[in-house]
Design a protein around this ligand. Structure first.
Ligand SMILES: *[C@@H]1O[C@H](CO)[C@@H](O)[C@H](O)[C@H]1NC(C)=O
Ligand SMILES: *[C@@H]1O[C@H](CO)[C@@H](O)[C@H](O)[C@H]1NC(C)=O
Length: 448
């Protein structure tokens, strides 16, 4: 009898633990207010957010910026965020979703004027104090639950994969626009950033505000993030481990933008798994790491010289045309991609559909790949070969509900803290693909 009770207690205890672990998983939803300003079907009006929130544990509002003169945290769109009360509208959503935590994010590559200020700020104790105090005031007065620090560090230099393509490398250097200026004080900046995060945490602690960091795409964690020193001062870390290859960085060569695992012949640290392993190996606990999953694709123009099979990497001529909703060359939101796909035929030329090619490499490296229910390694792509005039070819590498679900399954298998969906305004929030709203977010949530 007593034994049965003991067994029952043990079983209940295990059930409770399992339950807790499950409900503990975070689904961090990025909301980039840029979505509000898109046109037509792309416009993400506030009411669209609500169907997403049942799946999100955290909502991250992007983005605030830094004032280059006084180093205060400032709204990037004062008129919209403050005068028109958008900050408030967002934090008020907590009334309907009491469990939801809403954070304000600073940086995130959205504050693109004079980005050197992100380094200058770190270098002075007074500047940091100015930042910390202003961040505290804004978080508190608008009802946010905390701050997400998506610091704008210099990016790694884009690298080509294939050599022997003539003057290609030279072209990239002259056409690439971005922060690839070498940072001579990177070791100091790393240390000073750790200090900044600690100072934010100390200021926020009395109010119980949350502090998180977001590692932006193509920022080298080993250069700027002292993982061991940072971890005690953050609630969690969002790893935006995607966009390794983009038309902006790599206008002449297309490749899988956001692979989960390393591909043959590529740099071994440009994939999501490498980022996760780097943080784990440097002392981050699994449950403080959140794996970022994009809701969009990166698209290039195929040429006559591109691989006819569609298998990357291959030569391309820059970013593909803008999508009808996002209106940004080289970027296609999930609903923009799904509208272009047709399964059966690979037709050529304008107006015809793109052929989808699922992850082709399930069988590859099965030995190392023993995290059970994860089968996706590189991602999915779709393409259309150019017509007789060499025009209208498109290749897009993207995330769909299957690949997003697989990344979530990876996060689960690795015991990570959860996933971060980047961002919900580029997911299919109207249900245009098949009537279901937020299919990428939902797929990730349900495989977590
Ligand atoms: C990141 O920095 C480390 C150390 O400086 C270096 O070994 C590594 O190659 C860098 N990774 C990338 C992707 O540039
Ligand atoms: C995969 O399997 C090998 C050999 O069976 C083992 O050494 C390794 O730790 C496993 N890896 C993971 C991530 O479970």
């Amino acid at each position: 009898m007593a034994r049965n009770v003991v067994i029952l207690v043990v079983v209940t205890f295990i059930a409770v633990v399992v339950q807790c672990q499950k409900t503990d998983n975070k689904v961090v939803c990025y909301y980039n207010s840029k979505g509000y300003f898109r046109e037509g079907q792309g416009r993400f009006d506030l009411p669209f957010i609500e169907p997403a929130l049942q799946y999100c544990t955290h909502l991250i509002y992007g983005y605030a910026g830094v004032n280059a003169e006084n180093f205060k945290l400032v709204p990037l769109n004062e008129q919209f965020d403050v005068t028109r009360d958008h900050y408030r509208h967002i934090t008020n959503l907590k009334r309907q979703y009491p469990g939801l935590r809403v954070l304000l994010s600073v940086g995130g590559d959205a504050d693109d004027v004079d980005t050197i200020k992100y380094l200058t700020l770190l270098e002075s104790v007074d500047h940091r104090l100015s930042f910390v105090n202003s961040a505290f005031t804004i978080v508190k007065s608008f009802g946010f639950d905390g701050l997400d620090i998506a610091w704008e560090f210099p990016k790694t230099k884009p690298k080509k994969i294939r050599s022997g393509w003539g003057s290609f490398w030279h072209d990239v250097k002259t056409t690439f626009v971005g922060d690839s200026v070498p940072d001579e004080k990177e070791a100091e900046h790393k240390e000073q950033f750790t200090a900044l995060v600690r100072e934010v945490k100390n200021a926020f602690r009395p109010e119980g505000f949350i502090v998180t960091i977001t590692v932006n795409p193509n920022v080298n964690s080993s250069v700027y993030y002292d993982t061991r020193a940072l971890i005690p001062n953050v609630d969690f870390v969002n790893l935006l481990a995607f966009d390794f290859y983009t038309p902006g960085r790599n206008p002449k060569e297309a490749d899988y933008p956001s692979p989960l695992y390393s591909l043959i012949d590529r740099k071994p640290d440009e994939n999501a798994d490498a980022w996760v392993r780097h943080w784990l190996e440097n002392g981050a606990p699994n449950n403080k790491l959140i794996l970022g999953i994009p809701t969009y694709g990166r698209a290039w123009k195929m040429t006559e010289d591109s691989a006819i099979s569609g298998v990357p990497p291959f030569k391309v001529k820059g970013a593909a045309e803008e999508g009808p909703y996002t209106k940004e060359p080289g970027l296609l939101s999930y609903p923009e991609v799904c509208a272009k796909i047709s399964n059966p035929l690979n037709l050529k030329g304008a107006g015809s559909h793109l052929r989808k090619v699922g992850d082709p490499t399930k069988r590859y490296d099965e030995v190392r790949f023993n995290v059970s229910d994860v089968s996706n390694r590189y991602g999915v792509y779709a393409f259309r070969l150019p017509d007789e005039n060499g025009e209208n070819g498109v290749w897009v590498g993207y995330e769909d509900p299957d690949t997003a679900g697989n990344k979530a399954a990876y996060a689960r298998a690795k015991g990570l803290g959860g996933v971060a969906i980047y961002d919900i305004t580029l997911d299919d929030f109207r249900g245009l693909c098949n009537g279901e709203k937020f299919p990428v977010l939902k797929a990730a949530k349900f495989r977590l």
